[in-house]
Every structure is written in C-alpha cells, then in structure tokens.
Design a binder for this molecule. Structure first.
Ligand code: R1P
Length: 296
C-alpha cells in the first residue's frame, strides 16, 4: 500500500497498516473466511482449528481469529449485527487481503418456512428489505421496499449443505432465499412494539414476492451483494469474492418460538466442521496462500 493510499478519508488506514474499524493489516487475515455475528460463536468455531495464530479485538467490536485448519489458513471473524457491519468487514478485509476471497457467513435467522429451531437453512440467494421512510412521511404508499435477489455461490452453497446434512440429516437442512432486513424488528415483520411500523402485511408480501423465501436475518444480502460487485485488483471483473451463507434457525416465526442457549451452543458444535471443511475444500492448496501458512 503506498503512503498516499494510507490514512486517507477514502481509506482510513493507520501508519502500521491497520484498517480503522476492523483493525487488521496485511498478513493477518486468510483468504478463507467464516463470518459470524457473535464473538462467542467465533471462539467456539475456532476451537475446531488445528492451531490459532492470532486473535484481535478492534475498538469497534470486530473479533478476528486466524488459524490453521487442515494445513490451510482460515480466518473466523465476529462482526456484530446488520448490513453496515457486514459492509465494514468485507470492504476493509478486501483492503488487506490480496487474491481471491471465499467468505461463508455462519449466522442465525428466523425461519419463515417449515424449518424449525435447530434446523439449518442455506441461502440460495438473498434479497434486501428496507424501511421506506417516505411512507412514514406520508409521501408513498408502501412502508417497506423489497429489493431484487442476488445469488450465492452455487458450488460453495451445495458443498456446505451436503456437509451439514451428514451430522444433521437431510430433513433438517433447508434451502431458499433469505431476506436481509435493515432491522430485527420493523422490517422483519415483528409486531406489538412501541412504534408504528405498519408491518402487519410484511411477511405476506415477502412470500408473495418470493415464493422460495425461507428465512429473515440481517447480513446475507450485503455479503452476497458485495461479492457480486467485487472486482479484481485493477478494477476488472469477474468478481474476486465468492460467498455463501448457512444459517441456524434461532426463531420459528410461524410457531413464535425462540432458541434456548443450550440448543444454539449444540448447533455450532454440530455444524462447525462442515462449514470449515466446505471452506478449505472450496479453496484448496496454494490458491490465496496466507503468509502464516509458511510457518505451519
Ligand atoms: C439478531 O439477533 C442477529 O442474529 C442474526 C441476525 O442476522 C442479527 O445479526 O445473525 P447473527 O446471529 O449471525 O448475528
């Protein structure tokens, strides 16, 4: 990175090469990445790596753990919640990692299909749901905007689904489109709050617009969208990022139930190796080699 590229308003990077929010620098992150919301989930996944090389917590709450799994470098990062945090993570990671990136989101979601608590949903693609602020200023009729869907990487998605089905059983793995809302509450159709959200009909309109919609959460679409628009080092296409999402069902929106801490812990244990295996098989051997791999 040249001097003038560093610490500009466009790319805030410290003198020692760390991005402002995620606080990682070149050499600290692998080209194979699992992203989660919760730092405890990141640490639980990291227990399955063969060796941990570094763990770093940024002043904005990103927890980055890089280690070795089956002789290949892998990074697990906890980013918190929402599309903005996904945006910080993907863009700042791209600034400090050269070459192709494979990113898997291993998150949680609310099921809007037959998947129950304890099941896993893999995203064939994702669409965004945003609050339409014009409606709340009496300027437009629709309170929510449903955006076009973006596809996941098909090969990576299929690999994750088949590997998770081995411990969990095919009856417990679902696939379909995931709605990425800009709120856990209003734009996911949760009602009975202390605010006027005009969302009584939102879940019906999601199903009307996307017959294969299976889940709602807050990060998948931003990840898939940024992968879609990622470029090579000289601004060229095709995209340099491949991405997929596997989601644990924490909320059963049809049955109005929420997961227990014990079940959520067990789900991570059941799925951890499937997600790690899919990621290292997706980018085997020398492709996107991380400097730390030399010390394995
Ligand atoms: C809400 O509780 C959070 O859980 C889901 C949602 O997308 C949102 O971020 O994902 P994670 O469990 O990965 O954070």
């Amino acid at each position: 990175m040249s001097e003038e590229q560093m610490n500009s308003a466009n790319k805030p990077i410290s003198a020692d090469g760390r991005t402002y929010h995620v606080e990682t620098k070149e050499g600290e992150m692998a080209n194979r990445i699992i992203t989660v919301g919760d730092a405890k989930r990141a640490r639980a996944l990291a227990q399955h790596m063969d060796k941990i090389l570094l763990e770093r917590e940024s002043h904005r709450g990103f927890v980055t753990i890089t280690g070795i799994y089956k002789k290949l470098p892998v990074t697990i990062i906890a980013i918190g919640m929402g599309p903005s945090m996904m945006d910080f993570f993907v863009r700042e990671t791209r600034m400090v990692v050269q070459g192709p990136l494979s990113i898997v989101r291993f998150g949680s979601c609310g099921s809007i299909c037959d998947a129950k608590i304890g099941d896993i949903i893999v995203a064939t693609g994702a669409f965004a749901i945003t609050r339409n602020y014009r409606f709340f200023s009496h300027q437009e009729e629709k309170p929510y905007i449903l955006w076009p869907a973006v596809a996941s990487d098909d090969k990576l998605t299929r690999s994750i689904a088949s590997k998770i089905a081995q411990p969990l059983g095919t009856d417990h793995v679902f696939a379909g489109l995931v709605g990425n809302a800009d709120s856990f509450y209003g734009s996911q159709g949760r009602t009975g709050s202390d605010f006027y959200d005009a969302n009584d009909a939102l879940l019906d309109s999601v199903h009307d617009s996307y017959s294969d919609a299976v889940a709602l959460e807050m990060e998948c679409h931003m990840l898939l969208h940024l992968a879609q628009v990622s470029t090579g080092p000289d601004g060229s296409l095709p995209p340099s990022i491949r991405a997929a999402c596997a989601l644990m069902v924490y909320a059963d929106r049809q049955g109005n139930k929420f997961i227990s801490p014990e079940t959520s812990k067990r789900m991570v244990e059941v799925a951890a190796r499937a997600v790690l295996d899919a990621l290292v098989e997706d980018m085997p051997s020398q492709e996107g080699l991380h400097p730390a791999a030399g010390s394995v």
